[in-house]
Design a protein around this ligand. Structure first.
Ligand code: SF4
Length: 166
């Protein structure tokens, strides 16, 4: 006589939630749509990163969107002045959730060597920043490293389907 099988128990809710977060995180980390907010000389390096030898398409981040409503990665490339700060804030607010921000180069990260009344001393005084890219200008390899670190961050985040803040 065969022994009866143990009763099937449904997987706990946390298991399902974790698997859902893993799956959505995986999909989101490979479908980044950058919005380049480009203000200064780091632009040359941004163009270099976007060129064929570096191939950001490998990371699913090759297609820049020039409408904040269609983008989820705000790349702030270059020096931001206090006059531009409200514009940057508005662009950030127009992006839908979930969204991430990259400070590209030392000027965006900390004001760089523009230690004066006109330059914002780091964009994190205006908007939240997820990843900082060092260098003046940063090398393309540094930017690619930052994209990969951001991907890790996205993969390990919670991804609620419904915004729990509401
Ligand atoms: S970090 Fe250097 S290259 Fe980039 S915007 Fe500032 S001064 Fe220009």
């Amino acid at each position: 006589m065969s022994t009866p099988l143990p009763p099937q128990t449904p997987p706990p809710a946390e298991y399902l939630t974790t698997r859902k977060d893993e799956f959505i995180g995986w999909a989101r980390k490979f479908s980044l749509f950058p919005y380049p907010f480009v203000t200064a000389c780091c632009a040359m390096e941004f163009m270099s990163v976007s060129s064929t030898p570096y191939d950001t398409d490998r990371f699913g981040a090759a297609l820049p969107r020039f409408s904040p409503r269609q983008a989820d990665l705000l790349m702030v490339v270059g020096t931001v002045t206090h006059k531009q700060a409200p514009i940057l804030r508005k662009v950030y607010e127009q992006m839908c959730e979930p969204k991430w921000v990259m400070a590209f180069g030392v000027c965006a990260s900390s004001g760089g060597f523009y230690r004066n009344y006109a330059a914002v001393q780091g964009i994190d005084t205006i908007i939240p920043v997820d990843i900082y890219v060092p260098g003046c200008p940063p090398r393309p390899e540094t930017v690619i490293d930052a994209i990969m670190k951001l991907q890790d961050k996205i993969a390990n985040q919670r991804h609620p389907i419904v915004n729990e803040d509401y």
